[in-house]
Design a protein. Structure first.
Lengths: 755, 156, 425
């Protein structure tokens, strides 16, 4: 994998176009506020903060409205599609190829997809929050449709026929009389450097032959035959290998280190030291590891401030200063309350635990720095690195190359900072930095520990009449707002400070994500106590606050159902009007055999549970039923089988969607049953897989079934994170069914149900 | 100098004898299938076959291999002509991020070499040392069953 | 005459005697186990059963708790543990308290057949009535599981149960109260009682005679079980850092002692069980074990003829290379296991400092496997990765690097022998 094989426009031309778009934005901000608001909207989602220069356009065309930012066709008819999103292992590379192929009318094999690269692709912020298909896929679909339209117009002119009589097939445009023009010929008559137009139609979903098909993923054959597929596999000519030496804990400073013996070791090129920042560079990977060991052994550290006690962490967090965020408030306290229930739910810190520890390559050539990285956001990272290095941003290029699954904000950005710092110290040679397992386990930003309190009342007929929720949470978004968010900068002689955390606003939310139940409740109050102080480093982890909020809501729904003497599924349906929500619930219940399972006698330790959520109340609908087996003697909880139903709108690749949902179910079962990040006052103690065990084959269920409800022509609804929260709640509900014990503190296994 | 036979080819490498096989494969031999996951023998992302045994190549000293044949995922087949187990992984789309998959395939291959018809239980127990964080377990098992010859060929 | 032949002849004699004696016991009437309503008694029984580690032998790998089916290797063949869940058909669900007591004290099943002394009733026989009653209440409150153990595979004539009657004559001393300690220290007395009855520590930590019973007068002098050395419990002060009661208590309850290392082999599941015992009981056991320490210096192993120094140097170099690649990432001073995980250096390890290389070789061969999704100290198995010669080099390197004791005369052939002592999991 070499950088010179990447397709790229001459750098200057790309920059000129970017500036042109920029100047249009500047002009608009001089208009009166109302007009400028109509013409340039700023929205913040988890994918980032975007100012739409073309707010009438769909998806990311709002911020990158030029057609040739997305689609280029060469004179041979080969199509290059650009996306600002990154393939994280979710399969979007294939999905985008399908979308482009469908709307353009070319075979998928005729398309090259280029992903997130600050030099060549649109800026779509972070690949996060399940936005990729809705934002980027929509842009690609629309751009492709318009490009196809323009090619048809050109072909119509060249062939002197009505465009409506032309048909597109396999990269060529065919007239009724048999003449044809290839895309390569047609494109010479079109300047794709033009703004997309709003309101132009897409293909009728009933005519889809590629979208909606389970096309095999284009990246799997390479991965299954050992091809170089990841940034960890990149080998550039003249490349050096580096390793960082991290402090033992947050805030520890380097007291002393004798680097001379390490620099004298075979193959060692240099030891990088800047304040407490330590790294070593060698000409061979094993030599770099040996040198890292020696450097680590030689370093003496002054301890940083103590961490809080793990046993009381939730109380500690709840007592921290809070910014109050009223998430929802409607109605008055109900008069008709017959019963009121209250429950408190907690989740521990969770470790992303990417199976491949983070890795990056960087090369400093003259005044230019190139970084190959598996970051979720090449543009914010580029800005942060430029600030860190005191370089102009356009001298820094960040190219996304796949890493292992990140499930949110892991060490990817930090190791990119390591690579850039080290590359600067050995200019002219590419440097590869690989984090060790314990470095990833200890220094990644974790999923925050949280508390969610729920209080709800039922009237005499068993309807919910009021609902109150309080959440305590650190930020789930510690991404690269400034260079100080890059952890390696904290150890520099002049340490950088991270920008203060801000909660992601609703309707997406961070800690408050999915805290507003979809159920019909006349009186609803949701409050987040947003805690800016972070005793332990945290950031986004797949589904953010939705994991515990859905766990809490859906566990609590079962408690309310029991108080109302109702079946859990029936109780949910009683309060849901959205037909798509009702459909997934019915489908999952039927697939599972819910009625029969509930009606039959349980074997000892056997239990069944159900849960539902619409991710963010905006994205995919997901209902799931699970069966567990609980061993009271050991406190072991095993998920035996699961049946899940999902509605994600227009399905691009059903197998890809199913793969993501299955993966989310198994991953969430691991989080929910087994996982908690551990620490003592001296630091993080869950430093490898023995101290942070995750699901192994022995805990995998016997059967997982996922049904997709097809909604052709409807908007794409993000699906990658939709099963995290519902799985957690379904498991807790199944455990309660099995042993009559309601567990509200995660994880559910690890001895909590021993008896 | 260390001489290794990898996927049927002999290589003589001028490397530190304490180098674990994983780094020799990835750096000296440009075979990127086996991955660094932990370097501690806990996750199996580095699994290759040495002799007839699946081993953690991150802990296998090149000096200890001797005459034993090393087989990596590249030796099972190519993109154009994948081997039987690889074809099963493709058919079942048994990968999400895919980082663990080379290790999974080699671990499974060692089982199928020794036991042509392992039971579901035997497969699960055999695969235990290998971790997958994306939750692809069901498809991985389905792929191994397909390569073995599943009774009904379906995923569940 | 080979040892095996001696053993066979001994058993044939016993069989003859037993056949002549026509040993058998009456069946006892089935009892309906009283729905155990006394929660405090069940909890007490749970703690006692944890000391007895019933769950360890009576649960098969991957099987349901207490449902039996675990193969137990003895010098006389393989036995399978029985189902002791309260299932009426395949477990002990129809056993009265009397029947349970008789099994615990005299090794007799409810229907009168004799139980094999792999079940350590020679120890349980000294338990108090109250304690047996509490364990009974606990067992009867467990989840009933329908499961039958596979048939035992014992050499002739041991498949003929009445021979056990004669064995019992020789080695079972029911009713003899456990002698109290002379100090009349309540903690020591408690520890003594637990160690000798429920704990049955001597059953593994003592050498066995030809008939598979603990050698008289040699209790706690160490034994071999499942291919592992169960070390002497009387020489704990000879460790590089002498054991203390606190360290031993921690080891028993958590499987880890910060000045020594981690439990492995058959002891590891014992510590998992002891984690559920009462803390004061485990402390008492530790206190009792510490009270039996000898001050005599550990016996010197007869040193093997010194190997050729040049060959020795080559072997140590080979071992060092192997260590660097295969072991250092966890076991060297810089390793995160030590710097972050607080694991002690290998220089503290009981196995590395033992007279016998058996446990080091066993650990290198088998490692410490993952325990499902329970936090654990992990170590990969090297049985498939390293040859016998390589393991010998590595073990001898560890000995020379990490122990002040004399070198082990360990050869590749020895490693091959150790491999066979326990089949691969």
């Amino acid at each position: 994998m070499k950088p010179d094989t990447l397709h790229e426009e001459p750098e200057n031309a790309a920059r000129r176009r970017f500036l042109t778009a920029g100047s249009v934005v500047v002009a608009f901000t001089l208009l009166p506020e109302a007009a400028s608001r109509a013409l340039a909207q700023t929205t913040t989602t988890e994918a980032g903060t975007f100012t739409a220069s073309a707010p009438d356009l769909p998806g990311s065309l709002k911020t990158s409205p030029m057609l040739d930012a997305w689609i280029r066709i060469d004179t041979h008819g080969h199509v290059t599609v650009f996306t600002g999103k990154a393939e994280l292992g979710t399969g979007i590379r294939t999905a985008f190829i399908q979308i482009a192929a469908e709307e353009l009318g070319v075979a998928p094999s005729g398309i090259t997809l280029l992903t997130a690269d600050t030099a060549t692709t649109p800026n779509e912020g972070y690949t996060a929050g399940s936005h990729s298909v809705a934002d980027s896929g929509t842009a690609i679909a629309n751009a492709a449709a318009q490009v196809r339209g323009l090619l048809l117009q050109t072909a119509a002119a060249k062939l002197q026929v009505d465009a409506a009589t032309l048909a597109v097939q396999s990269g060529a445009i065919h007239a009724a009389d048999g003449r044809s023009i290839s895309f390569g010929e047609a494109v010479s008559g079109v300047d794709l450097h033009r703004q997309a137009q709003p309101g132009l139609p897409l293909k009728d979903p009933r005519t889809f032959t590629i979208i909606g098909q389970p096309m095999q993923r284009v990246d799997i054959p390479g991965k299954v035959t050992g091809g170089a597929s990841y940034v960890q596999d990149m080998r550039l000519p003249n490349m050096l290998h580096a390793r960082a030496v991290r402090p033992p804990a947050y805030g520890a400073t380097l007291a002393s280190v004798d680097i001379a013996p390490v620099e004298a070791m075979p193959g060692v090129i240099k030891v990088v030291r800047d304040g407490s920042y330590l790294a070593v560079v060698a000409d061979d990977e094993w030599r770099a590891i040996l040198a890292m060991r020696a450097l680590s052994a030689a370093a003496r550290w002054n301890a940083g401030p103590p961490l809080p006690d793990q046993a009381t962490i939730h109380e500690t967090l709840r007592r921290l200063p809070a910014q109050e965020i009223t998430v929802a408030g409607k109605g008055a306290p109900a008069a008709a309350a017959a019963q009121t229930l209250h429950a408190r739910f907690t989740k521990p810190y969770l470790t992303h635990g990417s199976i491949g520890p983070s890795c990056a390559l960087a090369l400093m050539e003259g005044e230019r720095m190139t970084v190959w990285t598996h970051t979720q956001g090449v543009f914010p990272l580029r800005k942060g690195l430029a600030e860190m290095l005191s370089m102009p941003p356009d001298h820094v290029r960040c190219v996304h190359v796949e890493g292992s699954g990140c499930y949110g904000h892991n060490g990817a950005d930090d190791v990119a900072a390591d690579a850039a710092l080290i590359a600067r110290a050995v200019p002219g040679r590419p440097v590869r930095v690989q984090w060790m397992r314990e470095q990833e386990h200890m220094w990644e930003p974790f999923g925050p520990a949280m508390t969610t309190d729920l209080t709800a009342s039922l009237d005499a007929s068993g309807q919910m009449v009021d609902w109150k929720c309080e959440i305590w949470s650190n930020t789930h978004n510690n991404r690269i707002e400034n260079a100080g968010r890059l952890m390696p900068t904290w150890a520099l002689a002049t340490p950088l400070k991270p920008a203060p955390p801000k909660e992601i606003p609703m309707p997406e939310g961070g800690g408050d994500r999915n805290s507003v139940p979809l159920y019909r409740v006349p009186n609803l109050h949701v409050q987040e106590h947003f805690l800016p102080d972070m005793p332990i480093r945290v950031s986004a982890m797949r589904s953010l606050g939705a994991y515990i909020n859905v766990f809490a809501i859906e566990s609590f729904m079962d408690e309310l159902a029991a108080a109302a003497h109702a079946d859990p599924v029936e109780f949910r349906l009683r309060h849901l009007d959205d037909p798509r929500a009702r459909d997934v619930i019915h489908q999952a219940a039927e697939r599972f055999g819910w009625k029969a399972a509930r009606g039959s006698a349980r074997q000892p330790g056997q239990g069944v549970g159900f849960a539902f959520a619409m991710y963010k109340n905006l994205m995919a609908y997901c209902a799931i039923a699970v069966e567990v087996m609980v061993e009271r003697d050991t406190g072991t909880v095993k998920m035996e089988r699961a049946a899940c139903a999902v509605d994600c709108g227009q399905i691009v690749n059903p197998d890809g969607a199913r793969n993501q949902v299955e993966g989310g179910i198994l991953q969430s079962s691991s989080w929910t049953l087994f996982e908690e990040t551990t620490f003592d006052t001296r630091g993080i103690t869950s430093f490898e897989w023995g101290s942070y065990p995750i699901l192994r084959f022995s805990s995998a269920p016997k059967k997982v079934e996922v049904d997709l409800i097809d909604r052709p022509g409807t908007p794409f609804l993000g699906v990658g994170e939709a099963s995290q929260g519902p799985t957690a709640a379904a498991l807790a509900n199944a455990v309660a069914d099995a042993v009559g014990m309601r567990v509200r503190d995660l994880p559910l296994g690890r001895g909590r149900v021993k008896g | 100098m260390i001489t290794l036979t990898v996927n049927g080819e002999s290589h003589t490498l001028d490397i530190d004898p304490s180098t674990p096989l994983l780094y020799a494969l990835r750096n000296q031999l440009q075979l990127h299938g086996a991955k660094y996951g932990c370097g501690l023998g806990q996750c199996g992302a580095c699994t290759v076959i040495v002799g007839e045994e699946p081993v953690f190549s991150c802990l296998m000293p090149v000096a200890a291999i001797g005459e034993r044949a090393v087989r990596t995922i590249e030796g099972l087949g190519t993109i154009e002509q994948p081997g039987k187990l690889q074809r099963a992984f493709i058919n079942q789309q048994a990968a999400q991020c895919g980082y663990c998959i080379a290790g999974m395939v080699m671990r499974a291959q060692a089982l199928l070499d020794r036991t042509p018809w392992p039971s579901d239980e035997e497969i699960r127990a055999h695969m235990e040392p290998n971790l997958c964080r994306c939750g692809t377990h069901m498809r991985i098992l389905a792929a191994i069953l397909e390569a073995r010859g599943a009774s009904n060929g379906s995923r569940s | 005459m080979g040892r095996a032949t001696v053993v066979l002849i001994a058993w044939l004699c016993i069989a003859g005697v037993a056949g002549w004696r026509a040993a058998s016991e009456p069946a006892l009437a089935a009892g309906t186990p009283a729905a155990a309503t006394d929660a405090a008694m069940i909890r007490h029984g749970a703690e006692l059963a944890a000391v007895g580690d019933c769950i360890v032998c009576h649960t098969a790998k991957g099987g349901k708790p207490f449902a039996g089916g675990l193969p137990i290797d003895t010098p006389f063949g393989t036995l399978y543990s029985t189902n002791i869940t309260p299932d009426a058909k395949t477990g002990i669900g129809s056993w009265s308290l009397e029947a349970f007591k008789r099994a615990m004290r005299r090794g007799v099943s409810s229907d009168g057949h004799l139980l094999y002394p792999a079940f350590p009733y020679v120890h349980f026989t000294h338990m108090s009535d109250e304690d047996i009653g509490a364990v009974y209440a606990f067992m009867m409150s467990r989840t009933p599981i329908q499961a039958s153990a596979p048939a035992n595979e014992l050499i002739f004539p041991l498949n003929f149960r009445p021979v056990i009657a004669v064995w019992n004559l020789l080695f079972l001393h029911p009713g003899t109260p456990v002698p109290m300690s002379r100090q009349q220290d309540a903690q020591l007395d408690r520890g003594h009682y637990l160690v000798d009855t429920l704990g049955h520590c001597a059953a593994c930590h003592s050498p066995m005679n030809l008939l598979g019973a603990e050698k008289g007068g040699k209790a706690f002098d160490g034994g071999v079980i499942d291919g592992w050395d169960a070390p002497s419990l009387k020489t704990l002060l000879h460790a590089p850092t002498p054991w203390t009661r606190e360290q031993l208590t921690s080891y028993l309850r958590t499987g880890f002692a910060s000045e020594h290392g981690a439990a492995a082999g058959p002891m590891l599941p014992v510590t998992r069980s002891l984690a559920n015992a009462s803390e004061s009981d485990v402390e008492a056991m530790a206190a009792y074990v510490m009270s039996m320490q000898t001050s005599d210096p550990a016996p010197q192993l007869s040193t093997a003829p010194k190997a050729n120094p040049a060959a020795n140097a080559a072997s140590l170099q080979a071992g060092a290379t192997l260590f660097q690649a295969a072991c250092a990432s966890c076991h060297a001073a810089h390793a995160p296991m030590e710097t972050i995980g607080g694991r002690p250096s290998l220089s503290q390890s009981t196995a590395v400092n033992s007279d016998s290389p058996r446990n080091v070789v066993r650990l290198i061969l088998d490692g410490l496997p993952p325990e499902g999704s329970t936090p654990a100290r992990l170590m990969p198995p090297f049985a498939g990765m390293l040859t016998d010669a390589q393991i010998a080099d590595l073990a001898r390197y560890l000995r020379s690097q990490y122990s002040k004791e004399s070198p082990w005369p360990l050869t590749a052939a020895d490693v091959a022998k150790y491999r066979k002592e326990k089949p691969a999991p």
